[in-house]
Design a protein around this ligand. Structure first.
Ligand code: 5GP
Length: 114
């Protein structure tokens, strides 16, 4: 899959460093290099899925796990309130084509987003 070749794929393979927050058999969570809030963590599956669009029925458990880890990360970071975002496709703001869940918090977050 193309998702193997992204910067996130390189992090998963240990080829480049990341600021890790949480890791397990199925996913990795690390701080965004360009944080948009006091807490801005990305949760990514070890499986190289390009986006949510590329997920299918066999990924049901994995997708649930990513959301539970996002909530765990928020708790680890001391957040009660937080936002999770998945951008799918360039027009929606996706710039890295390896599925990732953004976890934002630590300041009031406006709605709707841009
Ligand atoms: P997207 O725009 O695809 O939803 O989110 C990609 C995110 O990855 C952006 O928030 C961007 O700042 C972050 N990012 C891009 N390259 C790197 C990197 O090399 N290291 C880390 N930690 N984050 C990155």
């Amino acid at each position: 899959s193309m998702a193997n070749d992204t910067i996130f794929g390189r992090m998963l393979r240990g080829e480049i460093a990341c600021n890790e927050v949480y890791s397990d058999q199925h996913c990795l969570a690390f701080r965004d290099i360009q944080p948009q809030a006091p807490v801005h963590v990305l949760v990514i599956p070890r499986k190289p899925l390009e986006s949510l669009r590329a997920a299918n029925e066999e990924d049901t458990e994995l997708l649930g796990h990513l959301l539970l880890v996002a909530a765990r990360v928020a708790k680890l970071e001391g957040l009660d309130d937080f936002r999770t975002v998945i951008n799918t496709g360039a027009e929606a703001g996706q710039t890295v084509f390896h599925l990732h869940v953004h976890v934002f918090g630590g300041r009031p977050l406006a709605w709707p987003p841009g």
